[in-house]
Design a protein around this ligand. Structure first.
Ligand code: HEM
Length: 440
């Protein structure tokens, strides 16, 4: 049986659903949205909670109750479009991706039931509490090393480049089993992938990125083949063993595709989470000092960042049948943009949603990791990695602060949010010397 491909190409944009209010201005690529998506969507959430964005070609869903309804009804709202390019691809890019060996298949985020559940039974074991505890010494000692490198001869740095990019990349790449010498190449492909599936590249850029996606996939295939010959103590080898023992339940192509998918999912959003944590906490000195003095407050602070300034503020679905959502009739094939960010700032769900409060009792009710059968497989890993990183940063650099007057640049895209650089500084005296080497 032919399996659904990982990235499908939409030939055309479907017409707007009749009866759905049409918004001619809203676009996640607009400067207004990129600068403050919550303010951009707040009046729309109150007046037209489900509306059709003419510029995006999607029905936009902004209220928590409607988003939860979508997530909990996968037979009506399919996730098969979550890895597709947002806009139809230019012919040149399509020609590149028509290479006969560009054949990743949909595996988790973009695969429908019952196959999704069949595959997830083999992938979830790697993300248990026990596995996180095994990972902890690595994350902790790597965090200390990165702080040491960052502070060696300096009292200021770009936090994104020095810490927020390397830590999640190193963690997920070692977890999967990629060799260290390929880290830079893999990181660069992850950035390309963000533009490919969630951005709005020009036709020329699309062709360039398509060539890189082909190279990225070929790399994952070669890597999997080498692991099959020479297994190690890593997640890729575990998946291959699961395929070996259950060839009818987990195919070899699915293993290759899981590796292709996880290398992005485990890296990019965690980089943005670490960056957004500092972006939220450093200017709010009282909150920062609280977590420096009381590390047990770190998980609550992280959860509030995941609500207030989530690294993932939008996700997609497509209707498989005619349905009604928030009182709006939607025909089969309606593409849906779920504004997780708007729901995370909904006043009825979170009192005074524009106040950042590390003690907020229900911050964990945020919808940033989704809900239901596709609930983020890596949520535990992301929270855990951020907790360990913040324990190290607050212990080593309590005087950390944002460099004043910096302009924050963000890559316009429909799903991910966080600045591309964040300049920080600190007092030169070393604060404390860790004994982390013993834990490594
Ligand atoms: C703060 C960081 C992260 C955020 C905000 C985030 C968010 C999300 C969201 C919104 C979904 C889609 C849920 C749905 O469609 O219902 C998702 C799915 C997924 N995420 Fe994450 N994620 C993060 C980190 C990670 C990490 C670290 C990994 C892996 C190491 C990961 C792996 C996945 C996978 C495999 C899926 C698909 C699960 C499925 O369909 O069964 N994510 N994530």
């Amino acid at each position: 049986m032919k399996q659904p491909s990982y990235h499908r190409v939409q030939p055309t944009v479907p017409p707007p659903p009749s009866g759905c209010p049409i918004d001619h201005d809203f676009s996640p690529f607009s400067a207004t949205y990129v600068s403050d998506p919550y303010a951009d969507l707040a009046p729309r959430r109150e007046q037209t909670p489900v509306f059709y964005s003419k510029k995006l070609g999607f029905a936009v869903v902004t209220r928590m109750q409607d988003i939860v309804e979508v997530f909990l009804n996968p037979e009506t709202y399919s996730s098969e479009n979550v890895q597709d390019p947002v806009f139809p691809l230019a012919q040149e890019a399509q020609d590149i991706l028509a290479a006969p060996d560009f054949n990743p298949v949909a595996v988790m985020s973009n695969r429908s039931e019952p196959d999704h559940g069949r595959i997830r039974q083999f992938t979830k074991g790697g993300f248990s509490n026990r596995r996180m505890r095994i990972l902890e010494p690595y994350i902790r000692s790597r965090s200390h090393e990165l702080v040491e490198d960052m502070t060696a001869d300096n009292t200021s740095a770009d936090f994104v480049e020095s810490f927020a990019i390397p830590l999640p990349g190193d963690t997920i790449f070692r977890f999967i089993g990629f060799p260290e010498q390929d880290d830079d190449q893999l990181r660069s492909w992850c950035g390309d992938r963000l533009s490919f599936s969630w951005g709005n590249p020009t036709p020329k850029e699309q062709a360039e990125i398509a060539a890189k996606m082909l190279a990225y996939w070929r790399y994952c295939r070669d890597f999997t083949a080498n692991k099959a010959k020479d297994p190690g103590d890593d997640y890729a080898s575990e998946l291959l063993a699961a395929h070996h023992d259950n060839p009818d339940l987990l195919s070899y192509r699915e293993v290759e595709s899981i590796i292709y998918g996880l290398s992005f999912a485990g890296h990019e959003p965690v980089t943005l989470l670490l960056t957004n944590i500092l972006l939220c906490l450093l200017p709010r000195r009282e909150a920062w000092n609280t977590i420096c003095d009381k590390p047990d407050k770190i998980p609550g602070a992280i959860e509030e960042v995941i609500r207030f300034e989530s690294p993932q503020i939008g996700w997609r679905r497509v209707t498989t049948q005619e349905t009604t959502l928030g009182g709006i009739d939607l025909p089969q094939g309606t593409r849906i943009f779920l504004s997780l960010g708007a729901a995370n700032h909904q006043p009825g769900e979170f009192p005074q949603p524009e106040v950042f409060d590390i003690e907020r009792p229900n911050a964990r009710n945020n919808i940033s990791f989704g809900k239901g059968n596709h609930y983020c497989l890596g949520a535990k890993m992301a929270r855990f990695e951020a907790k360990v990183a913040m324990e190290v940063l607050t212990e080593r650099l309590p005087t950390l602060r944002l460099e004043p007057g910096q302009k924050l640049d963000r890559i316009a895209n429909i799903s991910f949010r966080g600045p591309t650089s964040l300049h920080v500084s600190w007092d030169s005296e070393p604060t404390c010397l860790p004994d982390h080497g013993k834990q490594a």
